[in-house]
Design a protein around this ligand. Structure first.
Ligand SMILES: [Zn+2]
Length: 57
């Protein structure tokens, strides 16, 4: 006997707005740039590269 739960309609997590943190090469200050990439939380540019750049790809 199998009971299939009535799932809610799939809700897209489209609102993933957060900030990319970057260091200004000019002033050395921390800059926060609004971002909506799939990481979904504050990250650095290096994090972004690590996430979306794969060695050997
Ligand atoms: Zn992002």
């Amino acid at each position: 006997m199998s009971t299939i739960p009535s799932d809610r309609p799939t809700q897209q997590v489209a609102d993933a707005s957060h900030f990319e943190q970057s260091i200004s090469g000019v002033t050395g200050e921390l800059i926060r740039i609004e971002c909506d990439c799939p990481i979904g939380e504050d990250h650095t540019y290096a994090d972004w590269l690590a996430r979306f750049t794969r060695a050997g790809f």
